[in-house]
Structures are given as structure tokens and as C-alpha cells.
Design a binder for this molecule. Structure first.
Ligand code: CU
Ligand code: ZN
Length: 170
């Protein structure tokens, strides 16, 4: 009888385990009156997580683009999202650096029409463990990330904010 109960509980736990996340989405909303909005999709890919961003309402040029520690866009200036997501305690750098914040996605570059798109495979981001980006924040900045200045890249104010949530697998 006891054994039956244990086997039953084990089977129930297996069924109740959450499905593996293969896709996540952050909808970016304007911080204050910036007028910047967009969508960032994260999907499982060979060697990491594919990032696809479509952002509009930007000034022409490069804008810092990061995953921040907290999925909290409640502050009027976006500072509630905290600093760059950095679970491995590394210095700030660009997305191609081997040693960098997990959240360092570099810049998005807007054309004259104020729209920017970016697509690349991020080798540091993950959907599991300490580097999981699920529930973290995405921030777009007013200025370019110089990929050198610590710990922010001197990217200035926050102009859009979104929270990375699990999405339905495709
Ligand atoms: Cu940032
Ligand atoms: Zn950083």
C-alpha cells in the first residue's frame, strides 16, 4: 500500500512538471513620454538564445540595449529594472565579448524613420539556471552603449522597458 502511494506521487510530480520554455517575449513600453515601443522575442537556438528585436519611436542612431536584473518597469524612469543582468559577476562589455554581463546585448541602431531591428544568437543568455532571462527586464536607452564604460556603457536614460515572459512554443 505504501509503495503504491509513493509510485502514484512520483507519477503525479512528473506530469505536473512545467514544460521546457523554448520561446519568450518582452513587449517594450515607453518610459515616460519617450514614445519608444517594440517587441523582443527570445527563442532557443543552436549555441544559445536567438534574439529578435523590432523597436520604433527612436531617435536616429545607436541605443544601448540590455537585459536588466529585474522585470520591474514600475518606476517612472525605469530604474526599478535595476542594473544590467550579471549573474556571473563579470565586467560590462559588448555582446561579442567572452567576458561580459549576461544582459549585454549591445546596441540597436535606428534609421531616419526611428525604427530598429536586431537579430543575433546570444551565447550567454539561457532559459535555465542562473543565466535564465525569464522574468528579467529589457531596457532600451537614450544613448549608445560604448561597451567600455563601467558598469553601464554610458548609455544614459532609459526610454523603453519590458518584462521577459515565457511564450507558447512554436
Ligand atoms: Cu540598460
Ligand atoms: Zn552591462
Amino acid at each position: 500500500m505504501k509503495l503504491t502511494a509513493v509510485v502514484f506521487l512520483a507519477a503525479t510530480a512528473a506530469v505536473a512538471a512545467p514544460a521546457t520554455v523554448t520561446k519568450a517575449v518582452a513587449v517594450l513600453n515607453p518610459v515616460g513620454a519617450s514614445g519608444v515601443s517594440g517587441t523582443v522575442t527570445f527563442s532557443r537556438a543552436e549555441g544559445g538564445v536567438k534574439v529578435s528585436a523590432h523597436i520604433s519611436g527612436l531617435g536616429e542612431g545607436a541605443h544601448g540595449f540590455h537585459i536588466h536584473e529585474f522585470g520591474d518597469c514600475s518606476a517612472p524612469d525605469g530604474t526599478s529594472a535595476g542594473g544590467h543582468f550579471n549573474p556571473t559577476a563579470q565586467p560590462h562589455a559588448g555582446p561579442t565579448a567572452s567576458s561580459r554581463h549576461t544582459g549585454d546585448m549591445g546596441n540597436v541602431v535606428a534609421g531616419k524613420d526611428g525604427t530598429a531591428t536586431l537579430e543575433y544568437v546570444d551565447t550567454h543568455a539561457s532559459f535555465e539556471g542562473e543565466s535564465s532571462v525569464l522574468g528579467r527586464g529589457v531596457i532600451v536607452h537614450e544613448k549608445a552603449d560604448d561597451m567600455t564604460t563601467q558598469p553601464t556603457g554610458a548609455a544614459g536614460a532609459r526610454v523603453a522597458c519590458g518584462v521577459i515572459g515565457a511564450a507558447k512554443a512554436e
